[in-house]
Every structure is written in structure tokens, then in C-alpha cells.
Design a protein around this ligand. Structure first.
Ligand SMILES: [Zn+2]
Length: 440
């Protein structure tokens, strides 16, 4: 895991190119401009009065029929996924995409022209850290047509994709981490492809006036029709990954997670982008801690400190909420950005170290053992930890509930406690701790 802060990036200077738009067939020129921190990606319609802009955000998603369309008010931009994919994968967080038409140039149907453009403009770091969406628990979206996207926790952004055409023709699979170097080498040049049977309705709807074998691969039966040979034996699944990156960029944050995609398409990709944005909104709304009872058989900070010798910055219990019977305890610890360990773990990416959660479990279990022993003549030493699992990251602003249950005490010398920590009603870590008692 990176320990240097990940900063936001923009393009170094303005750069542009022109081409044909896929759906209208008109000539369009596109310019990429630098933008300040927290600006995000915005499209600018230079051809319209007042040059309106549209945020590349999921809230502005309009239609997803074969391509992704954004709109604000009456203003639209179509087929935005390839330029967004390139910007996202090549590490550009903030930029203005200026166009003199309602659609970017289709180029050769891949994201290669946009990678070339970004490299021409250069990419420069900015002074603010990047915002991430950390996947805490599996999420999934599914469509009636059999498309399925699953998002799993991961330290990096990865995509594992299975693509299959009608009757499972051209079934292909690829799994890869997405970094700028991998995107440029493995994904960017994969072209759009269409099935011949899907072309007729598009032509009837007048949707692909700029379409030709120059900017798409056409699949007819088992035959592949294109101007140049396939660039990869599995070019189709690579293009599917390209589209997923572009569509998920609309979620507005960089994803740290593993996307597992089966027969993805713009509709289901957009659905996942919406789910991510909703989950982020829910997390933002949860920053207020819930009321935690005091008194009533619990212990306040003062009472905790009379029992535990630990002090700042190593006291990992704020309050004991209560004891249940003789062998159960629940305590609470508010995790704030002021915890000293966040300074180094990690700069720009604060995550509570797992060992600190184990320490919290040990301290809470000690409180239980102390109550049980009702004596100060002996002291419990933390001996071992078994079956320790860290299930979800604990972040600043979380309220961590620490549960411990005494499962075994052998004679007067040994005790075993089953512990787990809970944040937002989900177990974030667990373990079995063993203690021994020694005379002071
Ligand atoms: Zn595409």
C-alpha cells in the first residue's frame, strides 16, 4: 500500500485534436484544459451561447443506450465514456473538456487518441489529496439481461471482466489492475465493437451517422469486420473494461476496489456508479456519532483509567457501555483524525492500524477480567491472539464498538476472550485473545 499521499492531478497545459462525432457524423474539435483542485471533470459546449458546462457526475447521467450521455438543463453531451476513461485511468482528476459539438471525436473507436492527447498536455500533481471511494463491503448490481457487476474490497483498483456476445460468441475474460501504464499498454487501444444484428435498429434510429469500419469493429456471425486486424486476440473484453472505467468515473471518486463484471454494458455500469454515489452520500451523512449510553452499569473514562494503566496515546477505550452477565462487555472508542497513528498510517489515506484494534480488544477484555477477579493483587498479561481477521477499514469519524466475551478460564492462571469490533453495525475485526495472570 502506498505510503506517500496521493495527490490530485490536472493536465499540464491545453491540448486538442479534431475528428468526427459518431452519432451526428459532424466534425468536432476538442480541447483539454487544466482545472483547479476539487474541480473534477467538466464538459464545456463552446458552440452554444454562454458556453455552458456539464459536470461529469452521475447526477447528470441521462441515457445509456449504447453510449453514455450527460445533460444539465437542455444541454447534452453524448458518448463521453472513452474520454472519461482515459482521463480517469491516466490519473487526471481535474480538467475542462471543451468541445464545439455535442459529442467528442470518436477517433478510431478506442481511447488511444485521448491517451495521446493527455500525454501531449502532460499530467501535473496538485496540492490537495485525492478523494477515494474505499469499498468496505461487497456491493453488486444486476440487470434483467444477465449483466452483473460486483465490487469487492481491494487496496488497488482492479477489474476482472467476462464478456460474451449473443449465443456466447466471443466469450473473453481478462483480469487486471488499472494503472496508467497498464491502461496505456493493455486497454486504451481496444476499439468499440458492434454486433451486426444490433446495427440495423441503430441505423433506423439515426444513431450512428458517423459510424464506419474506421472507428468500430463489426461482428457478423463468426466473422470480424474491421479496417485493420484485431489489436488483441481479446480486444472486445479490453474495450468492455475501457467502458467500465469511463462509466465508473462518473461516481466522482477514485475507486479502491475490485470490479468483477459479467457481460457489462453502459446501463449496468451506470447503475453501479449510482450505487457508489448513494453509498458515499450515506457515509457522508453518518459522520454524526450515535448517542452512547453512560452510567447504568457502564464505566466512564475516569473509572476506566482507574483500572487500566494505559494513557494517551495508547488508551483505546473511551467508555464501557455495559456488562452482560459475568462474562460479556461492550465498550466504545471514537476514532478521530487526531489519533496519532493516522499521521503515518497513511499520509493522505488514514486507516486505523489493525494492531490498534487488537490492542483495543485486549484492553476491553482486561476490564472484564479485572471485574471478574475483583482483586488488584494480580495483573492480566496479554499472551496471544488467534484467528485475527480484519474485515473492513476503520476510518476517522467512525465510532468503534468493542465486544469481548470470556469463553474459557483455566484455573486461576489462564483466560480466553472472544472479541470483535463493530462500526456502522458491521464487524470490522475479530480475534481470540489469551491472557495469563501473574501476581503483581
Ligand atoms: Zn466504448
Amino acid at each position: 500500500m502506498a505510503i506517500t499521499p496521493e495527490l490530485q492531478h490536472t493536465v499540464g497545459k491545453t491540448a486538442g485534436f479534431s475528428g468526427t462525432s459518431l452519432h451526428t457524423g459532424e466534425k468536432v474539435s476538442l480541447k483539454l484544459h487544466p482545472a483547479p483542485v476539487d474541480h473534477g471533470i467538466k464538459f464545456k459546449r463552446k458552440d452554444l451561447q454562454d458556453e455552458p458546462t456539464i459536470d461529469a457526475k452521475v447526477d447528470n447521467l441521462k441515457t445509456v443506450e449504447r453510449a453514455t450521455t450527460l445533460g444539465e438543463g437542455a444541454v447534452r453531451v453524448h458518448t463521453v465514456e472513452h474520454v472519461l476513461s482515459a482521463l480517469s485511468a491516466m490519473d487526471v482528476d481535474n480538467a475542462i473538456i471543451e468541445m464545439d459539438a455535442n459529442e467528442p471525436p470518436i477517433g478510431d473507436g478506442s481511447a488511444q487518441p485521448y491517451v495521446d492527447l493527455i500525454k501531449k498536455a502532460g499530467v501535473t500533481a496538485q496540492e490537495q489529496p485525492r478523494k477515494f471511494f474505499d469499498v468496505r463491503e461487497p456491493m453488486h448490481v444486476e440487470s434483467k439481461t444477465g449483466a452483473l457487476l460486483v465490487l469487492l474490497p481491494d487496496n488497488t483498483f482492479r477489474i476482472s471482466c467476462t464478456q460474451a456476445g449473443p449465443n456466447n460468441r466471443f466469450a473473453q475474460f481478462l483480469s487486471t489492475e488499472i494503472t496508467p501504464a497498464i491502461f496505456e499498454r493493455e486497454i486504451a487501444s481496444a476499439r468499440t465493437f458492434v454486433y451486426y444484428e444490433d446495427l440495423q435498429p441503430l441505423m433506423e434510429k439515426n444513431l450512428i451517422r458517423g459510424g464506419s469500419l474506421e472507428n468500430a469493429i463489426v461482428v457478423r456471425g463468426e466473422a470480424v469486420l474491421s479496417k485493420e486486424p484485431l489489436r488483441f486476440a481479446d480486444e472486445f473484453v479490453r474495450h468492455k473494461i475501457l467502458d467500465i472505467i469511463g462509466d465508473l468515473a462518473l461516481a466522482g471518486r477514485r475507486i479502491r476496489g475490485h470490479v468483477v463484471a459479467v457481460k457489462p454494458g453502459h446501463a449496468v455500469n451506470a447503475e453501479l456508479a449510482r450505487a457508489l454515489a448513494r453509498e458515499q452520500a450515506r457515509r457522508n451523512a453518518m459522520s454524526t456519532p450515535r448517542p452512547v449510553p453512560i452510567g447504568d452499569g457502564g464505566l466512564d473514562t475516569d473509572e476506566v483509567m482507574k483500572i487500566l494503566p494505559h494513557r494517551y496515546p495508547f488508551l483505546m477505550v473511551d467508555r464501557v457501555i455495559g456488562f452482560e452477565g459475568e462474562n460479556k462487555i461492550v465498550a466504545v472508542k471514537s476514532i478521530t483524525i487526531n489519533e496519532p497513528f493516522f499521521q503515518g498510517h497513511f499520509p493522505g489515506h488514514p486507516v486505523m492500524p489493525g494492531v490498534m484494534q487488537v490492542e483495543a480488544m485486549a484492553q476491553v477484555a482486561s476490564l472484564l477480567l479485572f471485574k471478574l477477579a475483583k482483586t488488584t493483587s494480580r495483573i492480566g498479561y496479554f499472551m496471544s491472539a488467534d484467528s485475527v481477521k480484519f474485515r473492513k477499514p476503520v476510518l476517522p469519524g467512525d465510532t468503534m464498538f468493542i465486544h469481548a466475551e470470556l469463553t474459557k478460564s483455566r484455573g486461576e492462571r489462564l483466560a480466553k476472550a472472544k472479541c470483535h469490533c463493530v462500526v456502522n453495525d458491521a464487524v470490522v475485526s475479530e480475534g481470540e485473545l489469551m491472557f495469563t495472570f501473574l501476581d503483581k
